[in-house]
Design a protein around this ligand. Structure first.
Ligand SMILES: Cc1cc2nc3c(=O)[nH]c(=O)nc-3n(C[C@H](O)[C@H](O)[C@H](O)COP(=O)(O)O)c2cc1C
Length: 186
């Protein structure tokens, strides 16, 4: 049975590069992983007043994470940080206190940007935020995809060979990381 990996996309944009990167990761994944791409469309705002009786969309999102063996975030960078929609999703899934849906899950963080820095600030910010509420975060290799605007064709397929190679290497390293964590926990 392949390990189930939820790939959370930090952009709601229909043509988001982050979404294309997520699909490219799913396509490149080895047989030991099954990647499911999750957009955050329709996830309502976190509001502490609603915690006693959480909305159905929060519960469904938390359940998807809990049912997965691991999580990969694909994040764009907004103002040197993560987009609000992703911030909201993390807050929703981090609750109730001490019962984060991410607890114990191995996590991968993929930064990307049409610019030259590959979303590294967003990825670092995400790593800092996640560190107290999830399992181990893959630290090496890191992945910051730069110039993503030039790397896909109209069908959303990767057109850049270097890019294909880096995505492949990353998802294979993530598969080995998940395997190591599963063995360590057995
Ligand atoms: C509000 C906002 C802030 C942005 N800030 C940054 C930034 O700090 N660094 C960066 O590399 N790109 C920045 N960008 C450009 C995004 O990288 C670009 O819009 C990208 O396509 C968004 O990701 P997506 O294609 O996955 O939706 C920003 C875009 C927006 C809309």
């Amino acid at each position: 049975m392949p390990h189930q990996v939820l790939v959370i996309v930090g952009s709601l944009r229909k043509e988001a590069y982050s979404l294309k990167v997520a699909h490219a990761l799913a396509k490149a994944a080895p047989a030991s992983l099954k990647l499911s791409v999750e957009t955050l469309q329709g996830l309502s705002f976190f509001n502490q007043d609603l915690e006693a009786n959480p909305p159905a969309d929060w519960l469904a999102f938390r359940d998807k994470i809990k049912a997965s063996d691991a999580v990969i975030f694909v994040t764009p960078e907004y103002n040197r940080s993560i987009p609000g929609v992703l911030r909201n999703a993390i807050d929703v899934a981090s609750r109730p206190p001490g019962k984060s849906s991410f607890l114990g899950k191995p996590v991968g963080i993929v930064g990307n940007s049409p610019g030259p820095l590959g979303g590294v600030s967003a990825a670092m910010e995400l790593k800092r935020s996640m560190s107290g509420i999830c399992g181990p975060i893959l630290g090496q290799p890191e992945i910051y995809l730069t110039q993503v605007g030039n790397s896909f064709n109209e069908q959303g397929e990767v057109t850049n060979e270097g890019f294909t190679k880096v995505i492949q290497q990353y998802v294979e390293a993530f598969a080995a990381f998940v395997e190591r964590q599963k063995k360590a926990m057995a």
